[in-house]
Design a protein around this ligand. Structure first.
Ligand code: ATP
Ligand code: MG
Length: 139
């Protein structure tokens, strides 16, 4: 059974969108197998986004994830095709390109504050679940 890593980013937490986001994954038919509130360390955030190292927005992105103004809600979701379908539920990276009906399309307007993360491949899902969760924390 396929699993993906989904995170409500600090702006999503701050804007009280945790329930809305969980509801969309639940009602689609996916199963929540791990969840925790966490303010990631700089090391964790940099490893999570290591593929984007060197991009002009990298430092701002890490700062945004680690600020502590509100926690990240880290989750693992399970079900058929959940990696790809999760990305479809989330919508395009730039919320102005995201379709209405998607999470980013419905709730935000700024690429730097796009409220949610979802793994983009089987490999990144494996990597991210291992980074954010210990084995005993995942059902
Ligand atoms: P995520 O990995 O968070 O699910 P994504 O896979 O849709 O998003 P990536 O290309 O992996 O997009 O970028 C990671 C994150 O970096 C984006 O979600 C966004 O918060 C931030 N980001 C991407 N491009 C920009 C940009 N041009 N300016 C500011 N922030 C950006
Ligand atoms: Mg990504």
């Amino acid at each position: 059974i396929e699993r993906t890593f989904i995170a409500v980013k600090p702006d999503g937490t701050q804007r009280f969108l945790i329930g809305e986001i969980i509801k969309r994954f639940e009602t689609k038919g996916y199963k929540l197998v791990a969840i925790k509130a966490i303010v990631p360390s700089r090391t964790l955030a940099e490893k999570h986004y290591e593929d984007l190292k060197g991009r002009p927005f990298f430092n701002g992105l890490v700062k945004y994830m680690t600020s502590g103004a509100a926690p990240v809600i880290a989750m693992v979701w399970e079900g058929k095709d959940v990696i790809r379908q999760g990305r479809r539920l989330i919508g395009a990276t730039n919320p102005l390109e995201a379709q209405p009906g998607t999470i980013r399309g419905d709730f935000c307007i700024s690429v730097g504050r796009n409220i949610i993360h979802g793994s983009d491949s089987f490999e990144s899902a494996e990597k991210e679940i291992g980074l954010w969760f210990g084995k005993s924390e995942v059902i």
